[in-house]
Design a protein around this ligand. Structure first.
Ligand code: GLN
Length: 575
């Protein structure tokens, strides 16, 4: 019985990549990559090795079974859209669009306190994403090694929690946001540093870690943290160390030394650790070098509660990760952390070399790299990317509130097709049986379609036909052409008294609280489809779509994504 089930699953997998009873290694690999998994994923190691042996030759059903059987579950999830982001290709297209829209921003400036950062190329721009299922995307300059600087801080803290315990660690450092610049000398009233993400906190945490291993020098201690980073990245790329950065850091560390002396004077150092050893460990942690691609996997490990998505290894205890993310949420973006939390609502950590590491719990890790910094010391493009990201997706920690209205942001966890199918069937049914809300939605849809058509010129028979078809496609029910003609007539007649578009926008604003996300999205979608129906979105249609979205409470970012997607897919468009 079990054997039969296994056979059926394998057969199903085979069928999805086979053509006339045979497939090739290339096709199987293509299919894996389309799901977001990469070919160097350790969870597919055996399959990949066997495929490599096959070369380009044909693979029949039986051979396929032998090749994939050890990792069939992973493969099944990949082939059947069962990974956490089921429509990976769509999601990638959206991330590409955000990447492109942030790229032109050249404001801000490199950190200039040490030559290696001051003289670094300011232009690189990279974004890397890794989902908790190990689906990966990398765009732009994601393989440039740069010093990790303050991104080291939450992880040194996590290491201290894991090895020295919560109690001991917090004898020396608090968890309160400081509201002060990262290198401020200010301490909590009990003389502890505010939190592990400001320099004072990170210095004392480096002291805790250094004090635990008497006899080891700073490089040996730093190596332990580098090993932790490497595990967090699932061994993707070498974690390096920059001697040059370390030496410059030490030469310019007057304020950091002042902090260290202050800490020793006020509360004493953990286990009486040597102040210079503590400082060397702190500065060495800042001088570790990694890439955005690597950071994205480390962030995904945090998003995944400490289990690295691509190696399957539990690198950190989930309790440790919870604390670490909480501290990042409260203090990860320097003294801009409060605004960042309100606006973006995600735990993140930045470093002065230009890295930002962002965690979307239970979903993905994101890393950006762009060296120009804002006044707080955060990468300008990195923060810009986060802003646009939460403008389009339900990633803000409180997007789940919104009174059930998310502004029609997308949730890439849910397959669009599934969601649409489910919600539409409710509305269709409601409109058929005379439900008031469903009928309201229907009326607003018709008026929005007419408004867009009017914006583009006259309403004649071909336009009526196009609108009726779009309506039928969306609502699964026929539409009486005469009803549409009558409505069009009354809209045109209205023009003398009041602008029908203004009337419609006012109505929509007023209906808004009555309509859920799907109803509002449907109204905008009907107008959007009409605008697209001639193969091009004209400027006046674009403007009206934006007004409709605004009136419906749908974010501009959401509409941008739709328009962008249409332009990408539309073969008739030249620009
Ligand atoms: N090495 C820097 C310092 O200690 C790190 C600062 C940072 O990334 N914010 O001053």
């Amino acid at each position: 019985m079990l054997r039969r089930v296994v056979q059926e699953v394998l057969q199903g997998l085979f069928d999805s990549v086979a053509d006339q009873g045979s497939t090739t290694a290339g096709r199987i690999q293509e299919r894996i990559e389309a799901s977001g998994l990469r070919l160097d994923d350790r969870r597919l190691q055996i399959t990949m090795a066997r495929l490599a042996e096959m070369g380009d030759g044909p693979i029949d059903g039986q051979t396929f079974g032998r090749i994939v059987c050890d990792e069939a579950l992973m493969l099944k999830r990949a082939f059947n859209s069962q990974l956490v982001i089921p429509e990976w290709q769509d999601f990638c297209a959206d991330i590409h669009a955000i990447y492109k829209s942030v790229a032109p921003d050249r404001s801000g400036a490199n950190a200039d306190y040490i030559p290696i950062l001051r003289d670094a190329d300011s232009e690189p721009w990279g974004v890397a994403v890794c989902s908790v299922d190990g689906q990966r995307l990398a765009i732009g300059d994601v393989d440039i090694y740069h010093s990790i600087q303050s991104v080291s801080k939450p992880l040194t803290y996590a290491y201290s929690l894991a090895t020295e315990g919560v109690g001991f660690t917090h004898q020396f450092v608090g968890v309160e946001p400081s509201g002060r610049p990262f290198n401020s000398l200010e301490l909590l009233p009990d003389q502890r540093p505010y939190n592990p993400c400001v320099n004072a906190g990170a210095i004392i945490v480096a002291g805790i870690v250094a004090s635990a291993t008497p006899g080891l020098n700073s490089r040996q201690i730093t190596q332990k943290l580098m090993d932790l980073w490497s595990d967090l990245c699932g061994g993707l790329g070498d974690v390096r160390f920059s001697e040059e950065t370390m030496l410059s850091e030490r030469e310019t560390a007057d304020t950091n030394f002042a902090i260290a002396y202050l800490l020793r004077g006020r509360m004493g150092l953990p286990r009486g650790v040597d102040l210079h050893l503590m400082m060397d460990v702190y500065l060495s942690c800042c001088s570790i070098e990694m890439t955005a691609r690597m950071f994205s996997v480390a962030a995904a490990t945090l998003a995944n509660g400490g289990v690295c998505p691509i190696s399957g290894v539990q690198v950190l205890d989930t309790e440790v990760v919870k604390r670490t993310l909480s501290v990042m949420q409260a203090a990860g973006m320097y003294d801009n952390a409060g605004s960042f939390t309100i606006e973006i609502g995600l735990p993140a950590k930045s470093g002065v070399a230009g890295a930002v590491m962002v965690v979307v719990p239970n979903l993905m890790g994101i890393a950006t790299f762009s060296p120009r910094l804002d006044a707080y010391g955060n990468s300008v493009r990195g923060v810009g990317f986060c802003r646009e990201l939460v403008d389009r997706f339900t990633f803000h920690m409180y997007d789940s509130l919104s009174g059930g209205r998310s502004g029609c942001k997308r949730d890439p966890r849910e397959s669009q097709t599934n969601r649409k199918k489910r919600d539409l069937s409710d509305l269709r049914w409601g409109a058929q049986c005379g439900d008031r809300t469903a009928l309201l939605v229907r009326e607003r849809m018709l008026n929005s379609m007419l408004a867009i058509t009017l914006a583009d010129g006259e309403i004649e028979d071909p336009e009526i036909e196009a609108m009726a078809c779009i309506y039928t496609e969306l609502m699964g029910a026929p539409l009486d052409r005469d009803e549409l003609r009558r409505l069009a007539g009354s809209m045109v007649a209205q023009v003398a008294a009041a602008d029908p578009v203004d009337v419609l926008l006012r109505q929509l604003r007023c209906d808004r609280p009555l309509l859920d996300d799907n109803a509002r999205e449907l109204i905008l979608e009907s107008a959007f489809r009409v605008a697209c129906s001639d193969g091009e979105i004209e400027p006046q249609e674009d403007r009206l779509l934006r007004s409709l979205a605004e009136a419906l409470g749908i974010g501009a970012g959401v509409l941008d994504l739709e328009i962008d997607r249409f332009r990408r897919c539309s073969p008739t468009r030249l620009a």
